[in-house]
Design a protein around this ligand. Structure first.
Ligand code: FAS
Ligand code: PHB
Length: 394
């Protein structure tokens, strides 16, 4: 089988790239190891930067997001029994974020690209490796129905996430990796209860981090920092709600509406970057190239900026036989990635319980007191959270 752009992975990166290329008449085939139902059922990100919202609109899949998504003009930070709000528009020339679950984005992309446009996605067809990516005809070796097959392409987009095979198809001496693992995870609950506040609440507490988020006005997403060796089985719903309220300021805790879990899971926190993100005709995008702790709500949004650059580079090649944007993809994508990696690391280190030394938490409190009490502090928080600008790439 042959196509113009072979894509490994049908998460947000792969689906968005396929959709954008399809709208420009470029043929793609997506190979996805899991079933469509499995991919559709994943509960992940919740906050979208303006750049990603605009890209979804460009992909003509923004209609339900604009109808059902929640515009948020700020976040709250709780510390030392205080609740301090960071306003976005007044510190970023009017920028805001959108709360709209990754699950919904995946649904909208699948509906548009597969169901309505007939885009080719082979589910339960895991890629095994990418070969000949330094030639004009790279090949994706994959398995389907117990048979080994190959997809010959002009280009391969490795959109197969942190555990994918695209990055692993590159010899280790051709790729540099930078990694930092955090000694804690996030225990998350999804529940059909109204959120405790209309905007997100990030919590720094001596017992650990917490986050109050939502998917709608009647569906909430909460997280508490937990040990890496903790297990969902260790937690009853009541135990979760008690721990969340313990970490919130009392005047906020008393307004929490509790309810049964729809889902409960534990996610580890990592920072990871692979350099470069381009190897001949193989390009990495999204989690295949980088991972951030979810504290800064950057993971999904970095996938979007990668796809913004990669799509434009591929279109410049097919429309005008230009290779300059292909050559600039990795450097341009990584410049934005590293700034988000830095912010996510810094924001994670600021809000989480890092050790048992009381001095550590007091220094965190002092930094939060300074940041929320200073125009410069509120500006740096706001401009990073709403998302740093995409580079001009044309
Ligand atoms: P994805 O991992 O979403 O998709 C990769 C796809 O490739 C998957 O469908 C996988 O099945 C497939 N695949 C893997 N190997 C393959 C192979 N060999 N062959 C074919 N297909 C293969 N980000 C936020 O901004 N906020 C959050 O709160 C947040 N929470 C998260 C919680 C968890 C548990 C995880 C894992 C991530 C979270 N993220 C969050 C980050 C997440 O949203 C990612 O940034 C986003 O899914 C990136 O999308 P993709 O790059 O498409 O990768
Ligand atoms: C979420 O709603 O899942 C969410 C929101 C903000 C974050 C992380 C997760 O920083």
């Amino acid at each position: 089988m042959r196509t113009q752009v072979g894509i490994i992975g049908s998460g947000p990166s792969g689906l968005l790239l396929a959709r954008l290329l399809h709208l420009q008449g470029i043929d793609t085939v997506i190979l996805e190891s899991r079933s469509r139902e499995y991919v559709q059922g994943r509960i992940r990100a919740g906050v979208i930067e303006q750049g990603m919202a605009d890209l979804l609109r460009e992909a003509k899949v923004g209609e339900r997001m604009d109808r059902e998504g929640l515009i948020h003009e700020g976040i709250n930070i709780a510390f030392a029994n205080r609740l301090e709000r960071i306003d976005f528009p007044s510190h970023t020339d009017g920028k805001v974020v959108m709360v709209y679950g990754q699950t919904e984005i995946t649904h909208d992309l699948m509906k548009a690209h597969i169901d309505e446009a007939g885009g080719i996605v082979h589910y339960e067809a895991p890629a095994v490796r990418v070969e000949d990516y330094d030639t004009g005809s790279p090949r994706i070796i994959y398995e389907q129905n117990g048979q080994r097959k190959e997809l010959i392409c002009d280009f391969v987009a490795g959109c197969d996430g942190f555990h994918g095979v695209a990055r692993q198809s590159v010899p280790s001496d051709k790729i540099s990796v930078f990694a930092r693992n955090y000694p804690f995870g996030w225990l998350g609950i999804l529940s059909d209860v109204p959120p405790v506040r209309e905007e997100l609440v990030y919590v720094s507490h001596e017992c650990g981090f917490a986050l109050c988020s939502m998917r709608s006005h009647i569906r909430s997403r909460y997280y508490v920092q937990c040990d890496l060796d903790d297990r969902v089985e260790n937690w009853t719903d009541d135990a979760f709600w008690d721990e969340l309220r313990r970490r919130l300021p009392p005047h906020v805790a008393e307004t929490v509406t509790t309810g049964p879990r729809l889902e409960m899971s534990i996610a580890p926190l990592h920072s990871f970057v692979a350099e470069p993100m381009r190897f001949g005709r193989l390009f990495l995008a999204g989690d295949a190239g980088h991972i951030v702790p979810p504290t800064g709500a950057k993971g999904l949004n970095l996938a979007a900026s990668d796809i913004y650059y990669l799509c434009r580079a591929l279109l410049a090649y097919y429309k005008d036989k230009r290779t300059d944007l292909l050559d600039r993809y990795s450097e341009t994508a990584l410049r934005r990635v590293w700034k988000a990696i830095r912010f996510s690391w810094w924001y994670t280190s600021l809000l989480h319980k890092l050790d048992d030394d009381p001095m550590t938490h007091r220094l965190q409190i002092a930094e939060l007191d300074y940041l929320t009490g200073s125009v410069a502090g509120r500006t740096t928080l706001a401009e990073n959270y709403v998302g740093l600008p995409y580079e001009t790439f044309e």
